[in-house]
Design a protein around this ligand. Structure first.
Ligand code: BES
Ligand code: MN
Ligand code: ZN
Length: 499
């Protein structure tokens, strides 16, 4: 989907023409400078509203004042930002999302957003522009992929009002636009139902996207997966009529000698749990069990579009975990690509089995650093809640780099412990390991399992079971796929180019 254009303008606020002009209002005593000026057009109307408690600047407050004489925009929209002392880029992002969602309720709406307030300058004008352009890019998109009539429409135009134009700001707007589109891609793939997106169709979509962006893309079918001895991944796929696939993508943005960043994604296009069947309540959102794969794909597309001077490889394992006469069984022993044997104790712990083979293959290329993304465990959601990704690593420096990238990208990731004794839980009487541990610390044992397949390559596993999918709507975002971690991965790639 093409996005509506994002333009920068330096016009005085009163002269900016749009359906809505959004101006931010922090939770503070005085009106911010921009609003104080507009207050004059309203004969002190804003001050009156403030004094009556209608305009507090609290986060999430949206006040719309139509048809102000002297204002070119049809409506002034004042969006609360919350306390100015703690103001972060993510607060701006949420405020922009609220504004965009308001405007997107009409067809062909246009929105101007004031970013010229000196009080915001501390956040960095480029970062503000990038954040706003990105949010404008995905804020109007709904999960209603299959609805005849959607609840929101793409904006006709987004104008970002800045104090001064520069190539740096134009670039920031473009970066934001590209990130917004990548987030939309990840969201769309997650939101599509499992008879629309299954291994073959996901792989076809990856190939199509790769071709459009000059990325190398290789698809492995079942035969090739057998030849490559991906016995762990293949076992999970056995219960399904949909054949598995693996997708490998390479983006060469720097010379051959430059270090490579590797990204792997869990692509379980539907997770019924297999013979260890999930109850309906746990199964309903399992079309989203390919969010890691969607995130990895979206990230490499954005990295290529931004022409970042890095080398990136992506490895995606695509299977459907189903129940059938050929389903893999409890007690069955699988042989993974790296020769290790795995006794299956729970067919619902399938993500790690899929990733095991993908990680071993990608680790063979000896990348500088490896990151995998997976909706791996409910336990991680229990530990960290729905909005925070867990980070599990075998290398502190690499983990530090990933966490720092997440922080700069404004995404919440928290490091989790990887104590050796969790490894003991994976001991099997019949094979090198079993695929589950005990009842407790399940997110860690899952990560400990994966660690056995990365062959010592610096690696971070991001468990995105919570943040990749919104179970309930929030004022600034919908239910369904969120596109979480796309920005972190792109920022990580960008920072590799610096180092
Ligand atoms: N895909 C699930 C994890 C999941 C749960 C993702 C909830 C998003 C929301 C994964 O394959 C799974 O079923 N994990 C099991 C592991 C257990 C059997 C050790 C789990 O978390 O219950
Ligand atoms: Mn499962
Ligand atoms: Zn799963």
């Amino acid at each position: 989907m093409e996005l509506s254009p994002v333009q920068l303008t330096t016009l005085p606020l009163a002269e900016v023409a749009a359906d809505y002009l959004a101006v931010f209002m922090p939770e503070q005593d005085a009106l911010p400078a921009q609003l104080a000026e507009l207050d004059q057009l309203l004969d002190g109307g804003l001050t009156k509203l403030r004094n009556r408690g209608d305009l507090t600047g609290k986060a999430g407050e949206v006040t719309i004042l139509p048809l102000i004489s002297g204002l070119s925009a049809d409506r002034l929209m004042i969006v609360g930002l919350g306390k100015p002392e703690t103001l972060k880029l993510t607060d701006i992002e949420k405020a922009v999302l609220l504004a965009v969602r308001k405007v997107a309720g009409r067809k062909e709406g246009s929105l101007a957003i004031d970013l010229s307030d000196p009080a915001l300058a501390g956040l960095g004008t480029s970062s503000l522009v990038q954040t706003a352009a990105c949010a404008a890019g995905y804020g109007a998109t709904t999960p209603g992929v299959y609805k005849a009539e959607n609840d929101r429409y793409p904006l006709k135009e987004t104008l970002l009002v800045v104090e001064e134009q520069s190539t740096e700001l134009a670039q920031a707007a473009n970066t934001g636009r590209i990130l917004g589109r990548a987030i939309n891609l990840a969201r769309e793939l997650v939101n599509r139902h499992p008879e629309d997106i299954y291994p073959e169709t996901f792989a076809a979509r990856a190939l199509e996207e790769a071709r459009c962006h000059g990325i190398e893309c290789e698809i492995w079918d079942q035969e090739k997966l057998k030849l490559e001895k991906m016995g762990s991944l293949l076992a999970v796929a056995r219960g399904s009529d949909h054949e598995p696939r693996a997708v490998f993508m390479r983006y060469q943005g720097a010379d051959e000698a430059a270090p490579t960043l590797a990204i792997c994604g869990k692509g379980v296009t539907f997770d019924s749990g297999g013979l260890s069947l999930k109850p309906s309540t746990g199964m309903i959102s399992m079309k989203a069990d390919m969010a890691g794969a969607a995130t990895a794909l979206a990230a490499i597309i954005a990295i290529a579009e931004l022409k970042l001077p890095v080398n990136v490889i992506v490895g995606i394992g695509l299977v459907e975990n189903m129940v059938g006469p050929h389903s893999y069984k409890l007690g069955e022993v699988l042989t993974a690509r790296n020769g290790k044997t795995i006794e299956v104790h729970n067919t619902d712990a399938e993500g790690r089995l899929v990733l095991a083979d993908i990680l071993s293959y990608v680790a063979e290329a000896k990348p500088k650093g490896l990151v995998d993304l997976a909706t791996l465990t409910g336990a991680c959601v229990v530990a960290l809640g729905e909005d925070i990704s867990g980070a599990f690593a075998n290398n502190e420096d690499w983990c530090g780099e990933v966490l720092a990238a997440a922080k700069r990208a404004g995404e919440d990731v928290w490091p989790m412990p990887m104590f050796d004794f969790f490894d003991e839980q994976l001991k099997s009487d019949f094979a090198d390991m079993k695929n589950v541990g005990t009842k407790w610390g399940g997110a860690i044992t899952a990560a400990k399992f994966l660690e056995r397949f990365v062959d010592g390559v610096p690696w971070v596993h991001l468990d995105i079971a919570g943040p990749s999918y919104g179970e309930s709507p929030k004022p600034w975002r919908d239910v369904g796929g969120t596109g979480a971690m796309v920005r972190t991965l792109v920022e990580l790639a960008r920072s590799q180019a610096d180092s």
